[in-house]
Ligand binder design. Structure first.
Ligand SMILES: *[C@@H]1O[C@H](CO)[C@@H](O)[C@H](O)[C@H]1NC(C)=O
Ligand SMILES: *[C@@H]1O[C@H](CO)[C@@H](O)[C@H](O)[C@H]1NC(C)=O
Ligand SMILES: *[C@@H]1O[C@H](CO)[C@@H](O)[C@H](O)[C@H]1NC(C)=O
Ligand SMILES: *[C@@H]1O[C@H](CO)[C@@H](O)[C@H](O)[C@H]1NC(C)=O
Ligand SMILES: *[C@@H]1O[C@H](CO)[C@@H](O)[C@H](O)[C@H]1NC(C)=O
Length: 527
């Protein structure tokens, strides 16, 4: 709002300052108020932007009377003051001087004359005509000003409660919904001049009676997205010899018949061609061919406000890794940019678990039409519906249908099976590994009997379990033997001798060579 005001007023103030020749001068307006004057001013938009760092002072003095004392204009705000009528000598014109000081030391000053005998604009004249169910207000002012605004105030004859409307036009049609049928109302209008910022007094009240209810019952517009169907109820059996027509009327009181709705016999008519951003009064008439009587009913219709936005097209549901992903497709109407840009839409989703005893509905809202539901339960049906909703108003689209998805009953069993399979594979691998070693051992024995078969293998398997108890001691000896083996690596004959020497003492050099493998094999065999 403020931004719009700025863009509206900036060119005006800029033009005004250009006209004054100085870019820096203070712009002063001295409107007449009920008991004096209410000057306002601005300096380089500081007031418009509500910059309170600038200090303004204002005083007024008589024009052409140099010895008269200047009078302080009593401030009513940083950029306004008040001159009471009684402080003025009506035989003189005055000048108002406004000074400005900015915190950086910049100063400016300007003055403007005013006439204490100045009269505010006279009240406008108002005329109301009632014709074929339309109530039209016409406003006249004495000298037509370009930038005028009218304040139309309406009250019921038997009430003091008022409602007012700002008008920029001089004609106005009362929206049918604002008036109760056959109720007496009174209106008064004043005029505000946006240039001088002066308001006139209100016109005398004009009273009128609202039209009676029309013969067409339940006149309504079924509006979905950008398709509008005007409908009404009619008892065709009782009154068959009639035709209907529909007109669109504008706020200036002009009406034109809608092409496809001329002398139709069905109690409805497609008015889809109306502009989305227009505001219309739709007037439906019924013409009795026998009596040649015509009567009217009116309804106000403003697509942008009244149309119903259709539901989201679809909800796509997908379960991945125990999470439910829901993707909401935009409503069909969103392909129309007018609807898409009506407001800042957000997606509103309701979801629940479908069961007989649990009816708790949970809600999620997001700017993006994507949702995720965590921690799903197995064998459970999740349902959701969604609608689009304006972020900063109550407006919303219709609800989508309900969409449901059921989680897999075996999802846990699957995890179990997967787990067991995994464990099984590991277990089998271990067994295979050991068997592999065992096999290797025998393969080595079979294919590489070496120079000699180890004595331990020949005897060992026949040994009592007690022998295996002695293995720890053997290990010691084997280690010693290994060291000897490394040292004497180059001399195979020596090694052979050592082997011979040792073999009598203990198990074998062979099992030493195969080290752990041999031992492990032995152990596995012992078990
Ligand atoms: C005051 O100014 C108006 C013009 O704004 C002029 O018509 C009128 O004669 C002036 N009155 C006096 C007393 O100078
Ligand atoms: C219009 O007039 C009514 C009653 O006189 C007043 O309450 C309302 O503030 C006025 N509206 C404007 C915009 O001046
Ligand atoms: C307004 O209402 C009063 C009663 O409250 C009635 O006497 C008067 O005639 C009505 N005026 C009009 C113009 O209908
Ligand atoms: C309607 O008009 C037809 C002739 O066009 C006539 O025969 C019929 O009686 C009329 N129905 C009524 C209810 O007036
Ligand atoms: C429609 O009906 C009106 C009477 O309401 C009549 O004057 C006019 O000729 C008819 N138009 C058509 C196209 O039948």
């Amino acid at each position: 709002m403020a931004a719009r005001l700025v863009t509206l007023l900036l060119p005006v103030t800029w033009m005004a300052s250009m006209a004054a020749g100085t870019k820096d001068s203070i712009d002063i307006t001295i409107p007449k108020s009920t008991d004096g004057f209410s000057p306002t001013w601005d300096w380089n938009d500081h007031c418009l932007l509500e910059d309170t760092n600038i200090t303004f002072t204002a005083f007024y003095k008589k024009v052409g009377a140099p010895d008269s004392d200047p009078q302080i204009c009593e401030k009513t705000g940083n950029c306004s003051c008040r001159i009471p009528s009684k402080s003025l000598d009506h035989s003189h014109n005055y000048t108002l001087v406004v000074n400005a000081i900015s915190p950086k030391g910049g100063t400016s000053s300007n003055s403007k004359d005013f006439d204490p005998n100045h009269k505010p604009p006279p009240p406008p004249e108002v005329r109301i005509t009632s014709h074929n169910a339309l109530l039209t207000v016409k406003i006249w002012t004495q000298d037509l000003q370009y930038r005028e605004q009218y304040n139309l105030t309406l009250r019921k004859n038997d009430s003091t409660e008022e409602s007012s409307i700002d008008l920029r036009r001089r004609t106005y049609v009362f929206p049918p919904s604002d008036l109760l049928p056959e109720q007496t109302y009174c209106v008064k209008v004043n005029v505000y001049n946006m240039q001088t910022m002066e308001s006139s007094a209100f016109s005398p009240e004009e009273c009128f009676m609202a039209p009676a209810k029309g013969p067409l019952n339940n006149l309504r517009v079924d509006a979905l997205d950008t398709e509008y169907l005007l409908k009404w109820d009619w008892d065709t059996e009782r009154s068959p010899n009639v035709t209907f027509s529909v007109e669109k009327c504008f706020y200036d009181g002009r009406c034109t018949t809608i092409d496809d709705c001329k002398n139709i016999t069905t109690p409805q008519c497609n008015v889809t061609r109306l502009l989305f951003r227009g505001t219309y009064i739709l007037r439906s008439s019924v013409y009795d061919r026998l009596t040649e009587e015509k009567s009217f009913s009116v309804i106000q219709f403003s697509p942008i406000k009244d149309t119903v936005i259709g539901p989201p097209k679809e909800l796509k549901m997908r379960i991945v890794d125990n999470e439910l992903y829901i993707n909401v497709s935009a409503p069909k109407g969103f392909s129309n940019t007018d609807i898409q840009s009506l407001c800042e839409w957000q997606t509103h989703m309701e979801y629940w678990i479908s069961s007989t005893h649990n009816s708790e509905v949970m809600v999620k809202e997001a700017m993006q039409p994507f949702f995720k539901i965590d921690h799903l339960e197995a064998s459970t049906t999740y349902c959701a519906r969604a609608k689009m909703r304006c972020k900063d108003s109550d407006r919303s689209s219709q609800d989508s249908e309900d969409y449901c998805i059921t989680t897999d009953p075996r999802s846990h069993l699957f995890a179990f099976i997967a787990g067991f399979t995994f464990l099984g594979i590991i277990f089998t691998s271990i067994i295979l590994f050991f068997c592999g070693c065992c096999l290797k051992h025998y393969v080595k024995q079979t294919f590489f009997p070496a120079s000699k078969l180890p004595l331990s293998i020949e005897k060992g398997f026949g040994e009592s379990p007690l022998d295996s108890m002695r293995h720890p001691f053997l290990l010691h000896k084997e280690e010693t033997m290994d060291r000897c083996y490394i040292v004497n690596n180059s001399d195979t004959e020596d090694l052979g001798q050592i082997n011979h020497a040792d073999s009598s003492n203990a198990n074998s050099q062979d099992s030493g060579n195969y080290s752990n493998e041999g031992q492990t094999t032995g152990e596995t065999n012992n078990h």
